[in-house]
Write a protein that binds this ligand. Sequence first.
Ligand code: NAD
Ligand code: LMR
Length: 333
Amino acid sequence: MAKDPVRVLVTGAAGQIGYALVPMIARGVMLGADQPVILHMLDIPPAAEALNGVKMELVDAAFPLLKGVVATTDAVEACTGVNIAVMVGGFPRKEGMERKDVMSKNVSIYKSQASALEKHAAANCKVLVVANPANTNALILKEFAPSIPEKNITCLTRLDHNRALGQISERLNVQVSDVKNVIIWGNHSSTQYPDVTHATVNTPAGEKPVRELVADDKWLNEEFIAVVQQRGAAIIKARKLSSALSAASSACDHIRDWVLGTPEGTWVSMGVYSDGSYNVPSGLIYSFPVTCKNGEWCIVQGENTSDRYHFSLVNEFYVMLTRLSYISRTLHR
Ligand code: NAD
Ligand code: LMR
């Protein structure tokens, strides 16, 4: 029997990421080739005509799984009945800026859209925040939508995770699908810590540690980390626009694994609320290694952490404190 359609909200749907993301969702990349979807697309009034153009293209593409499209500039209409919300709406940074530099513009969006989601989304709606600064926007959403369970509010660090897999695969000249279990700790910012301590490569002789195969700790501890941390800036420098297709694809990976589960023995990185694991203060939205089953994520426990991890934790904690103080000054008025 055919499945009932799932309603998926994409905010900022007329933008760069939105334009790459909505066809992926309509093709089944996010929820599977047997899962019909109804797309809810939200943007702001100045982008209404462009949004309508995206809707026209979705109709013209005749996606068999696409059972309806709502294209609107009204947040209540956009959020009504949605099962999954991918929050992309907001402003990207430009060359030379840090992601936190778009905070003042973007966090207020997440305050107002939190209440629309809280009041009008379907029960148990899963939320993925993509817009930067992603951890902080997710924290705002959690704060201003207190009736959405905190386990349902996440942010995207899967792009950083995928970037780390890509770098290892290029360095070792192996298929990216043979590399697994890197970890992104922390924020989706240049202070994050990409960690290969437990990462492995599937070889004809079985699974081997990345560190053993690379056999170059200097590269792993310095260049690899810097490249992953700075990849967003490198793409902006090259494209004069921020990453879009890789962000859209990683957003699909994040939701697919969350809803359908991670493969046995594999973990992925997700920005989720901290329950105090690995000494990360409770309540922060922080990127951890997680496994997913039956639509729930679970932080991988008991992995060894290095001195560099502890250094990064202090760093990240400082970043979050600065942001929280900004939020309490500006939003709770
Ligand atoms: P873009 O400027 O091309 O598109 C953003 C869209 O959001 C625009 O159409 C804009 O009109 C819309 N928008 C603005 N305010 C809105 C609001 N209140 N409600 C609904 N829509 C609104 O930008 P983009 O390249 O698509 O990037 C979107 C965001 O995603 C940026 O903040 C960017 O920095 C971030 N990003 C995050 C990651 C990640 O890994 N977490 C990766 C890439 C980009
Ligand atoms: C990215 O990592 O590509 C995005 O966060 C965009 C940016 O500002 O770097």
